[in-house]
Design a protein around this ligand. Structure first.
Ligand code: SAM
Length: 462
């Protein structure tokens, strides 16, 4: 295990995937205005695009082809676009259904975006959104089919609850800090429900994350106290409140173990993975296996290959890559978050922080930022045969794409949770001589606007 740069990591980097979006702007002077609009195609962000007097209006809770009364939620007379909620449906789409969850709807819980759409329509909408991002940002024209993975409810194994002023758990309204308290969440897994966090009150707490591991009975609570609350804030009431065996962490800077083990054990690919505190792990229980299979299928590792696993988290793709390239090959896995690197080291057979993995001596695990590691000749190999990259929501960026392309791999597999970032990076790869040759998309976040893509890039045939 190696450390590329021994410095504190940027506070944002590891948590960027999970933070609630900050409101882009305060409400403008058209807020509350009602307009009648014809609803157009879906956009990236859980809305459909309509036009009103030459201006784009991003309408949530609507479906393509509908005629609705939309109430403006953000925008002023001088803005080029407004945001709005469909508050009355004048002509409904055939795809419209009654939202199964009582908290879904205009001005309510902001967690789900498409509960009002039949499930097949959700898949279609997400496919259109990915295709549109690729067309617009990468100039790639292709149909995208989003694959159904499992039941659209009860899938979320890691849930971050916000806390309202009375200490009740809930979710923030869309683009707002206001919390809608809930008594249940339709997309949370049964393991999350069993922890019982929703049944108690959380005074002096800002956020509660409930983690229900897959393949083990491990459960964890990561509790973030309100600013200024002292440690330890855990009182007898909290200690007695939840199931026995649940780990509780109080999160101020880093994770402090209060009770139980500081990590959960997730089972995927027939291995057990240690994931500490709020560290990154796929939230859909099927995701680790589905994504690994798709990645390996596209990459097709061969004995002796040099492979890179960039943004490796706790090592999900690094282990099967190391198996695939065998001892005559080499793998370099890179991750920024120090705790994730520690977990990856444990998961990949580095005993007691030793330099070499006992399971895969041909695997290097590097702690550092991918852009810096790829720029550092002490780490980067002179070529790579296969590369997997799974960056956070913001994507990899031009510099990283260029540096990967400069290693002339025969295949690059890009795992993306944001289709706009994927499309931007596909465009950078295209400039560097790589073309998108295949793409699969999976509905690993049913009912929400999110979709996971696995894209294959190869040297362009000129
Ligand atoms: C989407 S997760 C993917 C993790 C892993 N591939 C998996 O599927 O479990 C992205 C990971 O990138 C890490 N990360 C964020 N910025 C990074 C950077 N600049 N360099 C290296 N890793 C970074 C995060 O800590 C996180 O573990």
């Amino acid at each position: 295990m190696k450390r590329a740069a021994d410095r504190p990591r940027p506070a944002e980097a590891a948590t960027a995937d999970r933070r609630p979006p900050a409101p882009e702007r305060d409400s403008g002077d058209m807020v509350g205005t009602r307009i009648e609009v014809e609803v157009g195609p879906p956009g990236h962000g859980g809305f459909c695009v309509a036009r009103h007097e030459g201006r784009a209006v991003f309408v949530r809770h609507a479906l393509p082809g509908e005629r609705v009364v939309a109430e403006v939620t953000e925008g002023s007379a001088k803005d080029s676009f407004w945001r709005a909620d469909a508050v009355e449906v004048l002509e409904a789409s055939e795809d419209r259904v009654e939202p199964p969850c009582e908290y879904a709807g205009p001005g309510r819980c902001g967690g789900c975006d498409w509960q009002h759409a039949a499930y097949e329509a959700q898949l279609r909408i997400k496919g259109e959104v990915v295709a549109e991002q690729l067309r617009r940002l990468a100039k790639v024209d292709r149909e995208v089919v989003v694959e159904e993975v499992a039941s659209p409810f009860g899938w979320r194994t890691r849930v971050q609850f916000a806390v309202d002023p009375d200490g009740k758990l809930g979710f923030r309204k869309h683009r707002s800090h206001e919390v809608v308290p809930v008594e249940e969440c339709a997309i949370a897994s049964s393991g999350v429900d069993e922890v019982g966090a929703l049944q108690r009150n959380w005074p002096r707490v800002d956020m509660v994350e409930v983690i229900a591991a897959t393949g083990s009975t491990d459960r964890a609570l990561v509790v973030t106290p309100k600013r200024g609350e002292q440690m330890p804030f855990v009182d007898a009431d909290v200690k007695a409140s939840v199931l026995r065996g649940v780990s509780r962490h109080t999160h101020i800077s880093g994770v402090q173990r209060i009770h139980g083990r500081p990590y959960v054990r997730e089972v995927a690919e027939g291995r057990t993975w240690r994931v500490s505190g709020s560290g990154f792990w796929q939230v859909h229980p099927a995701a680790p296996d589905v994504l690994t299979e798709a990645v390996l299928d596209f990459l097709n590792p061969k004995e002796g290959d040099v492979a890179l696993d960039l943004y490796c988290g706790v090592g999900l793709f690094a282990a099967p890559l190391a198996e695939g390239v065998g001892e005559s090959g080499a793998v370099m896995a890179v991750e920024l978050d120090r705790q994730a690197v520690r977990d990856a080291a444990h998961n990949l057979g580095f005993v007691d922080d030793q330099e070499e993995s006992s399971e895969f001596p041909w695997l290097d695990l590097v702690e550092g930022s991918v852009d810096e590691v790829l720029a550092d000749e002490n780490y980067v190999p002179d070529h790579a045969d296969i590369v997997v990259l799974d960056p956070p929501r913001a994507g990899a960026g031009r510099d990283v794409c260029d540096r990967i392309a400069a290693l002339r791999p025969r295949a690059v597999v890009y795992v993306a949770c944001d289709p706009a970032s994927l499309a931007r990076d596909v465009a950078y790869f295209a400039e560097a001589g790589y073309e998108l040759t295949d793409l699969r998309a999976f509905d690993l976040f049913p009912m929400t606007r999110h979709v996971e893509c696995v894209a294959l890039l190869r040297p362009a045939q000129r």
